[in-house]
Structures are given as C-alpha cells and as structure tokens.
Design a protein around this ligand. Structure first.
Ligand code: C2E
Ligand code: MG
Ligand code: MG
Length: 610
C-alpha cells in the first residue's frame, strides 16, 4: 500500500498540499509509481509528475490547465457518494497522443463534511501494473531458474565430489591391497604377516597362550618352473595357495613371502597343534594338481618354531622355522621338523659351505679319490669307486657326507655331479688305455641328478667322449631315488640300462627299498651298508641280516658288495655267505689316482694281462 496521507493530516491549503505531492513522485525507474490527483470543484487542481507521465504530459504543472475530462467527470459524479468512504473504479483514460489505457482510480474526500474542499485521487496504470507484474513474475521466474541452475550445478559438483571421494577411497584400498597382499596368489605378503604377527604375538604374550610359526617350502618347485615354464609354475602356486588356505583355520594366516616359500602364523597352536597342521598339509599335497594338461604332485618341506621358546618376534620365529625347514629338506624332504637351537649352528655352517662350494669347482678345490672293489672269489680288483673330495683353504678337508647334502639342497649337485662323471670316466679311459683293461668305475649319483631328464643323454655323451664302454660304468643309486616319482625313476633306469650302464643300490639296508622295487628297477648289484658290516664280529643280528641280504640278492639274480670291510674276520664271514665283492680299509682306503694306479699294478690280474 502506498502511504496515502490520512484525510485529517491533509493540509487544507493547496499550496502546502503541493509540497506533500512531490513526495509521491514515482520512484521506480520503469514508471511503476501511481498518479495522484487533487480535484476541487470538478477541476484538476494539481497532479503529480507520475500522473502527468501516465497521460504523456511532460509537465505536471501544465496538466491541471488541460485537465482530464474523464477524471473530472468521475469526480463530479462521485463527490456526493464519497462521503466518509472512498470510491474505487476502473476506467479508460486517454493519453495526450490519443491512445487509451485502463486505469484503476480510487478517491477520497479531503474533508468528508465539506465536499467543496475537493477530493484526492490515486490512479494506477493497470497496463503498466500488469506489465510490471509480468516483469516481476518474469524476474521471479528467472531468479527461480537461476536458483534451479545453481542448485543443479551445486548438486553435480557435490556428485562429482562424491565420485572423486569414492574413487580416492578405491585407490587407497587398491594401494593398501598391493602393499599387503601377494598379487599372484592373493595371500597376505610379508608386510601383512608382520602386522598380523605383531598383534598375535602381543595377544599370546598377554594371555599366555601358545603360538606357532611354520615355514613351508615346496620340494623341487624349481624343476616345475624350469621344465614346464613360469606360467604353469604360477598356476600351480595359485592352486597350492588355495589348498594351504583350505587346510588351516580362519584365524590362521598363510602368507607368501617368496617364490615357493610360505609362512603360516598359527595363533593358539602348540607343538601338537602345529604338527597336526603339518600332517594335514602333507596329506593335502598327496592329491595331484591338474594344471592344463599336466598332472603335478608337489610336496612341502616344513619347519616349525614355537613362541616364545624359539623366538619372541616374527623375524626370530620365521628365521627359526626356516632353519627347521632346511633340516626337513636335509632329512629327505616332504616332512617337517621342529626348530632346535643346535640347528642354528648347523645351518650357519651349511650356509658357509654353500657359499664356499659355489667357487669350489672354479678354484679346483674338488678332486676324486678311488677305492678298489675286490672280487672275493678271485681276490682280483674288478673296479674302483670314485669318491669326491673337497679341500678348502680355510675350512680344510670337508667330508662328502657333509657337503653333498648342502650341494643337493642348493642344486649345485647337478654341476658337481656332471664334473665327477666327466672326471671319473676320463680317468678310467686313461687307465684302460694304459693297460688296466677291463677295469670298471663306480660313480655315486645323487637322487637329484637322477631326476634330471637328460641324465641318460649326458652319460652317453661322456661315455663317447672318454671312449669308455657303457658296461664299464656302474652308477650307485640310493634308495631315495624312487621315493618321489617311482614311475619317472623306472623310465630313467630303463633308458640307462638299455644304453648298457649298470645300476647298483648303495647303502642297502638303511632305506626303504622294497623287493618289488628292486626287481622293477632291475638293479644289478646291492651294496650292503657298512653299518651292518662293522659289527659282524660280535652282533649276531647283523650277521643274520647280512646273510639274508646276500641270499635274497642271489635269489633275485643280483650281485652283492660289502662296504666298509675292515677286518679279516669280516671278510671271512662274507666269503662264507657267498658275498661277491668287498670294499674297505682292509684292502685299501680311497686313494688319489697315482696311488690307486700303483696299487692296481701290483695286483696279479693286471700283470697277467700286461
Ligand atoms: P658311499 O658311496 O657309501 O661311499 C663309501 C664311504 O665309505 C666313503 O666315504 C668311504 O671313504 C667310506 N669307506 C670305505 N671303506 C671304509 C671302511 O673300511 N671303513 C669306514 N669307516 N669307511 C669306509 P666318503 O668318501 O666319506 O663318502 C661318503 C659318502 O658321500 C658316500 O658314501 C657317498 O654317498 C657320498 N659321495 C662321495 N662321493 C660322491 C659323489 O661323487 N657323488 C655323490 N652323489 N655322492 C658322493
Ligand atoms: Mg657309493
Ligand atoms: Mg655306501
């Protein structure tokens, strides 16, 4: 509402009234104001600038002179009716240029008792009002649109912010995952193992509960990688990881910490519990894995360390478990060992030997001694056994009983074994050429060499190079040869035999050979382990065992050689039992080539031939 002055406050004098009229000047720039007109005696006495502008007059002073007929008529008609109230009407007014427009007019008497004092009229241009309203609602509409646009913009900003936050969260999760899990098997890695161990060890310490750490290494995994390729190796690792995970409890951690190395954290497990887990893992490894068209069997060697006795943090426990695992490997693989403090010293020595052994071949620290084997029926030397020697400048003479297992565990045995074969057959070739015709050579073969697929080709090549007939070579195997893969072992033996090479079973009686296995392998000779020979003089059990072995060999068509014969009495007994050959200090120690040659040249059989 416009601030229309109340009738009482209106000045009676038009002069003073004119002053207040100026206050009604249109204030809106688009002319949205109202016109105010003062009429007396039916005449427009005064009007404001806004009313003049409405009618298209440049000057409000001028308008009263012209008057506005329609308005004057209205004032005249209504002055009597106005009384105390006001009069409101819509009417068409004419502008100066003749155009018409609708206006809303409202009038009051200045003084209700005295109509002759005139009336005051407020006129608003309805078109203008309509236009203003439209403009206003347009502006309103525009404003609302702007608000809507802005809201949309804002919500899309908020949305993209949310998206960004979600992406960043995903990134962070991915980074965390990569830092804590093994990408190939999705098992926890060393970092997560350390984190979980810290918590588990803290809990075990506070609650006084047991905890075991197991170090697991796959036996001969390298062979899979080398022979079938890394893709098969990787696929195998994934399957193995799943099987490991399936064996342990939910709260146990199985971490992969290296190629084929896993660490199991077993909270709450004491020695018995850990042994049970190890047993289950062994059992699980019996089932072959099917990778592509390959059927693979792979067994673990495991070492177990117990908190707090074997270590107080995960590094100490893992190291102890690793040492125990190494012992499990030494003990013939596919087994588990508990850590003992003595192992630590042993494994340090093994590490030292392994490093030193790496350079032994290149630095000419390896050489062979030869020990004669005597045919008991004639007393002639039929063959010699090549025995490896290692003399290290600082470590001194290291026994093969100690360094061969180290070479086997580190894989160095393949290179060393090849060197032994080469060296022994070269020597044999030289001796045979130099008059020791018919002399044979026995060479020890590690089970690991035996699993080399190209072993028959390798031996064939060396035989050809050294011009030694195949039947002059006797390979001494140990009973462990067939433990992991009897089928493959039989195939290799068949190939070797078909080349003419003879096979003997070394250290017989100490392992697990079955009669059927001996038959299947078509072993040519059994070498009775020296532990049975040593006590022949005063142990009737050993006498019974030795005579049984000899008789059994005879029944199966195999030769026998007694190892470690040191006394005439032992020799006497063996002769009586029908043993074919003997070897031991009683005849000769293993000797360097020159000495063994001298020993041989003194024997009658060579003199007869020479
Ligand atoms: P082995 O093949 O059973 O060799 C016989 C071992 O008995 C040799 O020990 C030999 O010196 C020892 N010996 C011979 N006669 C007597 C005796 O009358 N009394 C006693 N107490 N011992 C006797 P060595 O040379 O220390 O070899 C130990 C083992 O190391 C060998 O046992 C064999 O298994 C392994 N070895 C030696 N050379 C090689 C090799 O070139 N390759 C492989 N893979 N293993 C080898
Ligand atoms: Mg031997
Ligand atoms: Mg032996």
């Amino acid at each position: 509402m416009l601030p229309v002055p109340a009738p009482e406050s209106v000045q009676h004098e038009p002069e003073s009234f004119s002053l207040s009229l100026t206050e009604f000047q249109p204030s809106a720039p688009d002319g949205a104001g109202v016109g105010i007109v003062f009429i007396r005696h039916g005449r427009v006495v005064r009007c404001n600038q806004c009313f003049a502008a409405m009618l298209g007059h440049p000057d409000a002073q001028e308008l009263p002179a012209h008057g506005n007929l329609q308005l004057q008529a209205l004032a005249r008609e209504t002055s009597t009716q106005l009384g105390h109230g006001s009069h409101c009407a819509q009417m068409q007014l004419q502008r100066r240029n003749g155009s018409l427009f609708w206006a809303k007019v409202t009038g009051w008497l200045i003084h209700p008792e005295r109509p002759e004092e005139g009336s005051l009229w407020i006129i608003s241009d309805m078109d203008l009002q309509l236009r203003s309203q439209r403009a206003l609602s347009l502006a309103h509409e525009q404003l609302e649109q702007q608000v809507r646009d802005r809201t949309r913009e804002l919500s899309s900003t908020v949305e993209s912010l949310h998206r960004e936050i979600a992406e960043r969260k995903l990134d962070q999760e991915r980074i965390y995952w990569l830092a804590h899990y093994d990408a190939l098997t999705s098992l926890p890695n060393r970092t997560l193992l350390a984190e979980r161990s810290a918590l588990a060890i803290e809990h075990a310490r506070a609650a006084g509960t047991p905890l075991a750490v197991m170090f697991l290494d796959l036996d001969h995994f390298k062979h899979v990688n080398d022979s079938l390729g890394h893709r098969i190796g990787d696929a195998l690792l994934v399957e193995i990881a799943q099987r490991l995970r399936a064996v342990v409890r939910e709260r146990d951690t199985v971490a992969r910490i290296g190629g084929d190395e896993f660490v199991l954290l077993l909270p709450g497990a004491n020695a018995q519990g850990a042994a049970r887990v190890a047993g289950k893992l062994q059992e699980a490894s019996l089932q072959p894995y099917h990778i592509g068209r390959h059927e693979l069997t792979i067994a673990p060697s495991m070492g177990i360390a117990l908190y707090p006795g074997d270590g107080r943090d995960i590094d100490g426990l893992t190291q102890a478990a690793d040492t125990a695992m190494y012992q499990a490997k030494q003990a013939g693989r596919n087994t588990y060992c508990f850590y003992t403090p003595q192992m630590q010293a042993q494994s340090l020595r093994a590490l030292q030997l392994e490093n030193a052994l790496r350079r032994a071949l290149k630095r000419n620290q390896l050489y062979l001694h030869y020990q004669p084997q005597v045919t008991l029926s004639t007393g002639h030397v039929c063959s010699v056994e090549a025995l490896l020697r290692w003399e290290h400048p600082e470590l001194g003479l290291v026994s093969p009983g100690e360094f061969i297992p180290v070479a086997e565990a580190s894989g160095q045995i393949l290179q060393i074994g090849e060197w032994v074969l080469n060296q022994a057959l070269r020597q044999l070739g030289a001796w045979r050429k130099a008059g020791l015709h018919g002399l044979k050579m026995a060479v020890n073969l590690s089970a690991i060499q035996f699993h080399q697929q190209q072993l028959p080709e390798l031996i064939n090549r060396i035989l050809q190079e050294t011009q030694v007939p195949a039947d002059a070579l006797e390979l001494e195997l140990t009973e462990g040869v067939a433990v992991n893969d009897p089928h493959a072992a039989t195939l290799t033996m068949d190939r070797l035999r078909s080349q003419g090479v003879r096979l003997s079973m070394d250290d017989f009686g100490t392992g697990y050979s079955s009669l059927s296995q001996l038959k299947r392998f078509q072993i040519y000779k059994l070498k009775i382990d020296q532990s049975f020979i040593q006590d022949l003089d005063h142990d009737s059990n050993d006498r019974a065992i030795v005579s049984a072995i000899i008789r059994m060999a005879q029944a199966l068509g195999m030769q026998t050689t007694a190892e470690g014969v040191e006394t005439a009495a032992q020799l006497q007994f063996l002769r009586e039992q029908g043993c074919d050959e003997a070897q031991g200090y009683h005849f000769s120690r293993p000797l360097p080539p020159r000495e063994v040659e001298a020993f041989l040249r003194l024997r009658p059989e060579w003199q007869e031939q020479g």
